[in-house]
Design a protein around this ligand. Structure first.
Ligand SMILES: [Zn+2]
Ligand SMILES: [Zn+2]
Length: 129
């Protein structure tokens, strides 16, 4: 075996590992998936995770970016700034301030239909003032 084939084998391994890491769960929703990816990989100022979710789960949902844009989500993190936020039952009460806050770790996805691009019951729409 030559050195270069060793290298490409290692690269292939890393690639496959990254593929598996960035795979949406079978019933995982767009919101939980993108939140999970942002937690690990961050936002690159595009809708890359939302798009990846769409491509893998619901390739024909070509209105998704428009729909996200309509609620102010022009990149993955903006979906959570302007579009959706954890629903009330997901929040935890801060003992010091007595205010409801987003938990460190979001609960498991409540699940959606396998081709749905809607967030599950753990999310609600951000109401704009
Ligand atoms: Zn962003
Ligand atoms: Zn979910």
């Amino acid at each position: 075996m030559t050195d270069s084939s060793l290298v490409s084998e290692a690269e292939e391994h890393v690639r496959q590992h990254a593929e598996a890491l960035t795979q949406p769960g079978t019933a995982e929703c767009l919101g939980c998936y993108v939140a999970r990816m942002l937690d690990t990989f961050g936002c690159d100022e595009t809708l890359r995770w939302a798009r990846r979710f769409r491509d893998l789960r619901s390739p024909r949902a070509d209105g998704l970016e428009r729909r996200l844009g309509a609620m102010g989500g022009f990149c993955d993190c903006e979906i959570f700034l302007n579009g959706i936020r954890p629903a009330r039952h997901v929040l935890v009460r801060d003992i010091d301030t007595d205010e409801l806050e987003t938990p460190e770790e979001l609960p498991d996805c409540a699940g959606v239909h396998s081709t749905s691009t809607r967030p599950c019951g753990n999310w609600e729409r951000v109401r704009r003032r």
